[in-house]
Design a protein around this ligand. Structure first.
Ligand code: AMP
Length: 279
């Protein structure tokens, strides 16, 4: 496994790796969710590159950029074991050199849900992912369904900007109690950690209501909200039942495949989760 920092080092190392190359973009502090993307890339590609970069431009001014957990040594050993060929660890100065002023904006898809709660977030995400794609030139890029809106935004961007690659979206990896794995789970204390699976339970409650014949999107949102409100430590920011393509809220009947999603504070930690209705 080769580790590189500058764009020049990256280009040189990349040029000797066989195609198709699969890229897994991450912010590090890796867990089994990230490693599932590496595993999938390993199966489908001749070589695998992983980027680790805590991207400052996707964090709002009051978000957790400074506190975001980091452990590069541990990440590198996990990636080596997982059969990674190349790891790119750019610095913020390499990604955003002095004078940087070019941004990628995906318009409509970034407005609702996470985009509404985190202004500028997807501008940072789309820009850094476009830069990763240009620098690494992968044939396939792997993202997690955990960040459902991010996956939709990147798919759209790749199409709109003619990136010659396939975006692959992989299923959410969960802890045994249903909590979706996330680097941010490390912020939770013991009581908060016990409360956190309520997000998954809320998704399951909406799924159960749908199985029992409930079709009204409003009712499904209400079922999720009531489940979340049953947990005193949980403070829901939004619950959604949306069109999986446009991400617009569904009014009236929700079809199978609609995207259920939510953001919930447990203490100061903001957690997100989602599922496709009926799947
Ligand atoms: P992050 O390091 O949080 O930016 O995540 C890097 C990639 O891993 C993103 O495409 C995430 O959607 C994906 N990911 C994060 N958590 C999970 C999970 N629990 N299951 C599957 N993919 C995940």
């Amino acid at each position: 496994m080769k580790t590189v920092i500058t764009v020049q080092e990256l280009r040189q190392a990349r040029s000797s790796l066989p195609n198709p190359l699969g890229l897994v973009p991450t912010m590090g502090y890796l867990h089994a969710g990230h490693l599932s993307l590496v595993e999938r890339a390993r199966k489908e590609c001749a070589s695998v590159a992983v980027s680790i970069f805590v991207n400052p431009t996707q964090f709002g001014p009051n978000e957790d950029l400074a506190a975001y957990p980091r452990d590069v040594d541990r990440d590198l050993s996990l990636l080596e074991q997982a059969g990674t060929d190349l790891v790119w660890l750019p610095t913020p100065e390499i990604m955003y050199p002095p004078g940087f002023q070019t941004w990628v904006e995906v318009e409509h898809l970034t407005r609702p849900l996470e985009g509404a709660m985190r202004p500028g977030h997807f501008r940072g995400v789309a820009t850094v992912v476009a830069k990763l794609f240009n620098a690494v030139q992968p044939q396939k890029a792997y993202f997690g369904q955990k960040d459902a809106q991010q996956a939709a935004v990147i798919r759209r961007m790749a199409l709109d900007l003619n990136f010659p690659l396939q975006v692959v979206v992989c299923p959410i990896v969960r802890e045994p109690d249903g909590l979706a794995m996330s680097s941010r789970n490390t912020y939770l204390d013991e009581r908060q950690r016990q409360a956190a699976p309520v997000l998954h339970r809320a998704l399951l409650a909406a799924q159960a209501a749908f199985q029992a014949g409930e079709r009204q999107a409003d009712k499904l949102r209400q079922v999720m909200l009531e489940t979340l409100q049953s947990e005193p430590l949980a403070r829901p920011q939004y619950v959604s039942c949306a069109d999986p393509e446009t991400l617009q809220e569904i009014e009236g009947q929700a079809p199978p495949g609609a995207l259920l999603s939510m953001a919930v504070y447990i203490g100061k930690t903001r957690l997100i989760d989602n599922a496709f209705l009926g799947l």
